[in-house]
Ligand binder design. Structure first.
Ligand code: GZL
Length: 321
């Protein structure tokens, strides 16, 4: 520390001790993180928001938080407001993969580092963000496919699958579909006879499953839902149609939220592939590392498992979301 800075610090300390200055003057300036969240569309998202808010508090980071209600224009507006406020770091979970380059270039021009959490963006210029931390959605789709192939290994005839996709254009919807199809297409008995978005919500999942049942009825052998919330909505539709979920129709979903464990314990859901929303602590240490000038890997992948209904009751007490 240079002489004049040392002298200044010493006189500030003396003035603070003498009660002439608030102690905060000496306190380290708090880092400010601007976070633009997708929305509150699912149990997963709620748990993700809780993780970010509590981790920011624990880390002593000043969090500015916005909920975009699943609209890209709202996320872009929030990011622009964080740029105007000159926050230290911007982080967000992109609701869809495309349409981010302009606002990310604005952040770069303002010399504000950006962290992607949960979902990826489509860009050739990876200098527009410091790191992307989140799950491997293609692998989550493969896990769902492998579980189904194993469950149906002795099934001789066609296995007719209906698919509830996540938000159109979002990384999890695109990649989970890709991973699942990569596995099931190896055996022609697996046929995806209907596939439509339920936008990751319970309400839409139920509505679309009602339409599937009206159109295909008892032909449906399997439901593959890109998240637990849509699966839980679909379970209601299946029961209202007089069918037994997880028995008449095998149900596979992704996230591993509490509602899914409860459905598996009730015998209404066959399996949930884990997708952890608990990214808060990792995000806060990335923010501190960035401000300390440390370099970060471009991609940080979350480690995750798979939970069939047989283990749900044993696992539920230790689940954190
Ligand atoms: C996945 C996340 C998805 C969840 C859904 O990381 O982006 O969005 O699977 C949530 O439940 O709505």
């Amino acid at each position: 520390m240079s002489m004049n800075r040392r002298t200044l610090t010493a006189s500030l300390a003396a003035a603070t001790l003498a009660g002439l200055l608030p102690a905060t003057v000496l306190a380290q300036k708090k880092l400010v993180l601007g976070f633009a969240q997708v929305g509150a569309e699912s149990e997963w998202r709620t748990a993700n928001t809780e993780s970010i808010k509590s981790a920011a508090k624990d880390a002593g980071i000043d969090l500015k938080f916005s909920d975009a209600q699943q609209k890209q224009e709202n996320q872009i507006k929030a990011i622009r407001s964080y740029i105007a406020q000159k926050v230290d770091v911007i982080a967000f979970s992109p609701v869809v993969e495309s349409g981010w380059e302009t606002v990310l270039r604005e952040a770069k021009a303002a010399k504000i580092p950006v962290v992607l959490t949960d979902r990826a963006v489509n860009t050739k210029d990876d200098t527009l963000y410091v790191t992307f931390m989140g799950s491997d959605f293609v692998e989550e789709g493969r896990k769902a496919g492998r579980w189904l192939v194993d469950k149906m290994k002795d099934q001789k005839g066609d296995v007719n699958i209906v698919e509830l996709q996540g938000t159109v254009g979002s990384a999890p919807a695109i990649d989970r579909k890709k991973g699942f199809e990569e596995i099931v297409k190896a055996d022609p008995k697996f046929k995806i006879i209907r596939s439509q978005t339920g936008d990751f919500t319970r309400a839409k999942g139920k509505e679309v499953m009602e339409a599937f049942l009206k159109a295909e009825g008892k032909k449906i052998n399997v439901l593959f839902a890109h998240n637990d919330d849509m699966a839980i909505g679909a379970i209601q539709a299946i029961e209202e149609a007089g069918l037994k979920p997880a028995k008449d129709i095998t149900i596979i979903s992704i996230d591993g939220v509490k509602g899914a464990f409860e459905a598996m314990i009730a015998g209404k859901l066959n399996v949930s592939v884990e997708c952890s929303p608990l990214l808060g602590p990792q995000l806060m240490s990335a923010v501190k590392d960035i401000k300390a000038g440390k370099s970060l890997p471009k991609r940080i992948v979350t480690v995750e498992g798979i939970f069939p209904m047989e283990v749900a009751a044993k696992e539920l007490p230790s689940r954190k979301y």
